[in-house]
Design a protein around this ligand. Sequence first.
Ligand code: NAD
Length: 335
Amino acid sequence: MRKLRVAIIGYGGIARAHNTAYANLSEEGFPLELVAVCDRDASRITAKLNFNLGGVDTPLPETVHIYSDIDELIAKEDFDVADVCLPTFLHKDVSVKLLLAGKHTLCEKPMALSSADCAEMISAANKSGKRLMIAQVLRFDRAYVYLKEIADGGSLGSLDNIYMERHSVYPGWGASFADNSVTGGCALDTHIHDVDMARYLLGEPDSVFATEFNNPPSYQAVTTTLRFGGSTAVINCSWDASYEKPFTFGFKARFEKGTVTCEDGVVRLTKLGEAPSPVNLPETDGVTEEIRHFLTLVLNGGENSKNPPKSSAASVALVEKIRESSTSARVIALN
Ligand SMILES: NC(=O)c1ccc[n+]([C@@H]2O[C@H](COP(=O)([O-])OP(=O)(O)OC[C@H]3O[C@@H](n4cnc5c(N)ncnc54)[C@H](O)[C@@H]3O)[C@@H](O)[C@H]2O)c1
């Protein structure tokens, strides 16, 4: 069987994590081959980047072909799967181009700068018949996978409320993060992780109230309250973390019969009336698991009920409502 031939487009911070994931999966025997990398800035291919997620900067395979132009990559390289790790303002145009060129396309989050752009991407995927998925990595991250299993399994009863947070230093390693027309700012770039996770856990919210402070390049911060019937999600996110702790995230999920927390990467389960106990999670990472999920769908077909593009688009639409609430200082009722 021919291996799936993959090209990474944009070789900055997050692309390093994708390259490591392809190397992990190849080593496991997954039928894939990273055949090409495309970045308009040749120095990024070999650069040592100061990236907030840390992790291993795995060397690229020696056989990989390097391109600086996306059209040239499409014209000259034989590949099945495109992995778009470009700044957000390019996600729509480049993903549409790749899909219409017949490439299955995995695109980094957020899906695009606007829900109108997301709709264009979905329509290109439908037209081409090729697979599109957005890398909403929390849906594949072991701490959040465990939380979702508890929420769906029902052993602790209903999820009454959840507090989620995510803080980064001002992202200075890549694209101009001070320019919201490149990244969408903290709300679209970073807050969307937990906004998407809240929807994944609790369904579609009835209402949103949010405050956003947008003071680039000094700091940006967003706090959102989502109501889902009788349940609530409060989500806090900023680009003003301390340089001693450049990236932190966590959650506290209160169920009818207990609590699940994640703090400093440690997940704890506390059943009502019992002491907290740390949870043993599998030795894996979200980027490897999201790529495994996508490539498995490409190979085997079937419905992507875990992370369909229409759900990623709905998270972008919800960030638009978060901004509307913040600008108007009003609670926004949703359908
Ligand atoms: N899933 C996550 O946790 C996560 C984390 C970080 C970033 N991201 C997302 O990934 C995307 C990329 O973020 P990043 O931090 O890696 O950015 P980055 O700026 O570090 O990398 C982007 C790369 O794209 C290249 N590039 C720009 N325009 C190009 C073009 N026209 N053709 C070819 N190459 C081009 C740049 O030279 C750069 O090397 C963003 O959408 C971001 O939101 C996701």
